[in-house]
Design a binder for this molecule. Sequence first.
Ligand code: SAM
Length: 269
Amino acid sequence: MNLENQIICADAVEVMRQMPDECVDMIMTDPPYGTNLNNGDLQSKLHVILSEGRRGAPRPIFNDGKEATPLFERVVAESKRVLKRGAVMCVCVSGGGGMPAPIYALWSLILCRYLHFIQMVIWDKGKIGLGWRYRTSYECILVASKGTPFAWYDKTLTVENIIRSYELGIPKIIPSANQHPSEKPEKLAEFFLRLHSKEGDLVFDPFCGSGSFLSCAKKMNRRYFGIDLEPSYVEMSIRRLREASAPLIQSQLSATEIGLNQQKLYGDD
Ligand SMILES: C[S@@+](CC[C@H](N)C(=O)[O-])C[C@H]1O[C@@H](n2cnc3c(N)ncnc32)[C@H](O)[C@@H]1O
C-alpha cells in the first residue's frame, strides 16, 4: 500500500487495517465530534446565511451522531498499531458541554486506554462562538503518544497548553457554502506539527475533510497520507494539496494518486 502523499476516499478503519505496523510518524486529526452540528441546526443555518445570504440545505457530516465515539475508539486502536514508537497523535474535540456526556472527557479516557495521554490543549478561538448561555469560544486538542519518550522537537520546552488564536494569527473560519462545514485552520496544525514532527516525516489524517492538516504538512516538508469517506471533501483535499507548495520537497499529486481517487469517486473498475 502506497502511503506517500496520498488521499483516499474510503472508511478510515478499513484502510487503517491494511496499513503496515509502525509506518506513521504523527497523526493530526479532527474526527466527527458526534454533535450533528451541520444537520440543520443553528450552526448550519448560520453557515448558510453568512455565506449566501439565504437559507440552504443542511450539510451533515458522516458519523456525526452517536456512532462518532465507537468510530473514534476503533481508529485509536488502529492508530496504536500504525504509529511508530514515541509518535504522537493529536485529536481535535469539542470543549464544554452540550451532550449527554462531555466528549473531551470520554475521548481522553479512550486515548488513555490505548496510548500514553500527554495533554489536553485548549484552543482559544477568540470572541464569542455559537450556542446559548455558555457560548462556545474554545475547542480542545487531545495529545497522546505511543509510549514514552515521545517526539518533541521544540528546544525551549516552555510551550503553553493554551493556543491563543489572536496571538498566533490563527484565522477564525466561518465556512462558506463551498467550503467544508467544519474546516480547521492550517495554522492550528502548524502549532502541533512543529512540536511533534520533523521534515520528511509521514503525517497521517484519517478524517482529512478538505485537507487542511495535510496541506500544512506538505508546506512544512512533511509527507502526508489522508482518508475521508465523503467524495466531495476528497476532491477539495486534492485541489488544496495540488495548490499547496512545499519549499523543499517538490512532491506533487502523482498520476497514480489521481487515478486512485477517480476510481474511488466514480466507481470505475
Ligand atoms: C470534522 S470533519 C474534518 C474537517 C477537516 N479537519 C478540515 O479542516 O476540512 C470530519 C470528517 O470525517 C469524515 N468521516 C466521517 N466518517 C468517516 C469514516 N468512517 N472514515 C473516514 N472519514 C470519515 C467526514 O466526511 C468529515 O469530512
